[in-house]
Design a binder for this molecule. Structure first.
Ligand code: PMP
Length: 301
C-alpha cells in the first residue's frame, strides 16, 4: 500500500477508481513522465534527480497534445515531495506523473477540457541485469507525423510494448528501434549510444527519439568529465554491429551496457571501459556524491 496523488487529493492507491470510459484508457490520449528519487543511505538523504527537467518535459509533452497539465511545475514538485514524505520513502523509487483526457464522450477529441492528473510511485527494481543483449525490432519507431516520439505520450508506448514483446519472445533483454528510413533510433524505453575508437555517437532528435534527460546528462559527463567528443548523427544498423561499446540510457535503467546486438558480440562481449566510467559517474551524481552537480538534486529530506 502507498499513498498517491489523484485529482487534487492524496489517496490510498488501492482505493482509486477511474471510469473505464476515460479517453486515456480507450485511446491513449495522455502523457506521462518518469522521475527517480535516489536514497543515499550514508547521508540518510532522499534526492530527486533533475526534477525540473522532467516536469518541464511533462508539460511540453502535454502541450504538444493539447493537454494542459492542471498544476504548475512548482505545484507538481510540491506534490511529488509531499507524496514521498507521506510514504516515508527510504529506498530508490520511480515516480510517475500522468495526465489524461477523462470524459465519457466517445470521440477521441484532444480538445476535451477534462485533464485528469495523478502521480504515483513504484518501488520495484527495474531490470537489474548488469548488461543487456538486445535485438533490432521488426517494429519501426513511430514517426514524428504519426505520434510525436519526442513527447512521452501514453499511446506511443504501444510501439514500445510490441517491440518488447517481440524481443522477449526472442530471448533478448531489450529491443532497439530503427526509424522508417532505417536509421538507428532508440531502445524501447531508453536512448542509445555507441562508442567507436575515442568517439561517442548518438542518434539526433530528428531520428524519432525521446530526448532523454539521462541522454542529456551523459552528454554533459562526456563533455565536462571525460572530455570525449559526442556526435549527434544518424547511425546505420551496421554501426551497431561494428561498435566497440554500446549502452542504453534512461531514468529507470540508468546507464546499461549492451554486450550483444542480434546475437553479434559487441567489443569484448562485456561492459566497455567508457560505458563503465560513465555509469560510475552517473551513479555518484544521482546520489548527490558529485559536488559540481548538486544543482541537479532536489532534496526531499
Ligand atoms: N526513450 C523512450 C522511448 C523512453 O521511454 C525513455 C524513458 N523515459 C527514454 C528514451 C529515456 O528518457 P529519460 O532518460 O528521460 O528517462
Amino acid at each position: 500500500m502507498a499513498v498517491m496523488f489523484d485529482k487534487d487529493h492524496f489517496v490510498d492507491d488501492r482505493s482509486l477508481s477511474v471510469s473505464v470510459k476515460n479517453k486515456g484508457l480507450n485511446y491513449g490520449l495522455g502523457c506521462i513522465d518518469g522521475i527517480r528519487a535516489f536514497w543515499n543511505a550514508g547521508q540518510e538523504q532522499l534526492l530527486l534527480f533533475r526534477l525540473d527537467d522532467h516536469l518541464k518535459r511533462f508539460e511540453q509533452s502535454g502541450e504538444s497534445l493539447f493537454i494542459k497539465i492542471p498544476y504548475s511545475i512548482e505545484e507538481l514538485s510540491y506534490i511529488i515531495k509531499k507524496m514521498l514524505i507521506i510514504n516515508r520513502v527510504t529506498q530508490d523509487v520511480y515516480i510517475r506523473p500522468i495526465c489524461f483526457k477523462d470524459s465519457n464522450t466517445l470521440r477521441p477529441d484532444l480538445r476535451d477540457p477534462f485533464n485528469h492528473l495523478a502521480v504515483y510511485m513504484d518501488e520495484s527494481e527495474y531490470k537489474a541485469e548488469p548488461s543487456f543483449k538486445v535485438g533490432v525490432s521488426s517494429w519501426t519507431r513511430i514517426g514524428s507525423n504519426m505520434i510525436p516520439p519526442q513527447a512521452k505520450t501514453t499511446a506511443g508506448y504501444m510501439n514500445s510494448g510490441l517491440a518488447i514483446l517481440e524481443e522477449s519472445l526472442n530471448g533478448y533483454d531489450e529491443a532497439v528501434f530503427l526509424t522508417k528510413e532505417g536509421n538507428v533510433s532508440e531502445g524501447a524505453t531508453e536512448n542509445i549510444f555507441i562508442v567507436k575508437g575515442n568517439e561517442v555517437f548518438t542518434p539526433p532528435v530528428s531520428d524519432d527519439i525521446l530526448p532523454g534527460v539521462t541522454r542529456n546528462t551523459v552528454a554533459e559527463i562526456l563533455a565536462e568529465e571525460l572530455k570525449l567528443p559526442l556526435h549527434e548523427k544518424s547511425l546505420a544498423r551496421f554501426q551497431l554491429y561494428d561498435a566497440d561499446e554500446i549502452f542504453l540510457t534512461g531514468t529507470a535503467v540508468g546507464i546499461k551496457p549492451v554486450v550483444e546486438v542480434d546475437r553479434r558480440v559487441i567489443g569484448q562481449g562485456k561492459p566497455g571501459k567508457v560505458t563503465l566510467e560513465i555509469q560510475h559517474l552517473y551513479n555518484r551524481m544521482v546520489r548527490g556524491e558529485m559536488p559540481d552537480y548538486l544543482h541537479y538534486c532536489t532534496s526531499v529530506y
